[in-house]
Ligand binder design. Structure first.
Ligand code: FMN
Length: 373
């Protein structure tokens, strides 16, 4: 039996296999509300056999959205749409998961297909007005970008409360896994990296101070998240920039997160200076897997590998080699929502479409039988 297809227990949650669908912003919400697009987009992955399906980065505060199209969880009004998604995922065998996020200085941007830049006149004409962004230090992303307001200590306290309330909402909506987004140059990552955090108070300077925000938020999420349900944290394991955050920093932080009840470190990278993706880190197949391996071995915590994991054989090698406990699939799942079911067939573990939803599998197996006759 391939390891990819074997169940995994995380606290009281039993995952049907080791395949996770990575959070992927659809930039298709209005005022943060999930709609039919999100339901169908995510629902396909549950039908496609993944063990965990992550709803995209959901903003814990309205100003924490990357774009006007981001999903939101800053209000109780967002609950019904999210509840519908979580319910469908669970009814179809996947653990419903959600990523909580705040974009920090990378908020108030154009949707990718409108340029991924600062909001401009064309966006305003569409009704997408820019807003005041916040960050640990008043340093804009680049020339021509908004300069963030530096968060005061009182602002940080309010922020902690916002994450806590959002985690409570995620639970109320029926999600079974929550992930804190502390990667890709968004708010929490901006606190971690010495390149974006120039504070001189308790939240800046030393490693201990720069990690305080992520640790406190993780703690506050854990305080409302039930003991029998897992918490994940996504980290950019390296900035890939001189003087930035390093893999040694990640290992040290992962140890601290584990102590605070975090179950899985989701090992991504980059994004601090560029757009949402890991542009500063050289990319190839499985390019971030060594980070997941290092964190798993040196911090003694479960890890999720992500980034250009394309087929079942590659995923199986990663799991067998002990490089990660879970594999996350992003774009390849956009290409093939039935990724896990196809991987199972390619690994020789699927003969008669047994793992497929019966509404599909029954017919496909009949067809297979008739063609083999
Ligand atoms: C359309 C799209 C949206 C994404 N949105 C998010 C997101 O909401 N949160 C996040 O942490 N990463 C996000 N990512 C990054 C993915 O989760 C994943 O880490 C990345 O695409 C690398 O994996 P892949 O090579 O399998 O696509 C996004 C990626 C894509 C392609």
């Amino acid at each position: 039996m391939p390891l990819l297809l074997q169940p995994l227990e995380l606290r009281g949650l039993r995952l049907r296999n080791r395949c996770v669908i990575s959070p992927m912003c659809q930039y298709s919400a209005s005022d943060g509300f999930a709609n039919d697009w999100h339901l169908v987009h995510l629902g396909k992955f549950a039908q496609g056999g993944a063990a965990v399906v992550f709803a995209e980065a959901a903003a814990v505060e309205k100003i924490g959205r990357i774009t006007h199209g981001d999903l939101g969880i800053w209000s109780d009004e967002h609950l019904p749409g999210l509840r519908r998604i979580a319910g469908f995922l669970k009814a179809n065998g996947a653990a419903p998961a959600i990523q909580l996020a705040h974009a920090g200085r990378k908020a108030s941007m154009q949707r990718p297909w409108f340029g991924n830049g600062p909001l401009d006149a064309a966006d305003r004409a569409r009704g997408d007005e820019p807003w005041q962004i916040v960050a640990p230090s008043p340093i804009g992303l680049d020339e021509g970008w908004l300069v963030p307001h530096q968060l005061s200590l009182a602002d940080i306290d309010a922020m902690k409360a916002a994450w806590k309330i959002a985690a409570g909402r995620a639970l109320a909506a029926g999600f079974e896994i929550v992930e804190m987004h502390s990667a890709h140059g968004y708010l929490a990552h901006e606190f971690l990296s010495p390149l974006t955090n120039k504070r001189t108070d308790a939240y800046g300077g030393s490693f201990e101070n720069r990690t305080r925000f992520t640790l406190e938020i993780a703690e506050t999420i854990r305080s409302v998240w039930p003991e029998d349900k897992p918490v994940f944290v996504r980290l950019s394991c390296v900035d890939g920039i001189e003087g930035g955050w390093t893999i040694e920093d990640t290992v040290a932080l992962a140890v601290q997160l584990k102590v605070r009840g975090v179950d899985v470190i989701d090992c991504s990278s980059g994004g601090l200076m560029g757009s949402a993706t890991a542009v500063r880190v050289k990319r190839g197949r499985g390019f971030q897997v060594p980070f997941a391996e290092r964190v798993r071995k040196d911090a003694g915590v479960k890890t999720m590998a992500v980034g250009l994991i394309l087929d079942g054989a590659q995923a199986e090698r990663i799991l067998r080699a002990g490089q990660a406990d879970l594999v996350a699939i992003g774009r390849e799942a956009l290409y093939d929502p039935n990724w896990l079911l196809h991987a199972a067939a390619a690994l020789g573990a699927e003969g008669g479409f047994e793992s497929w939803p019966v509404q599909y599998g029954w017919w496909l197996d009949k067809r297979r039988q008739s063609m083999s006759r």
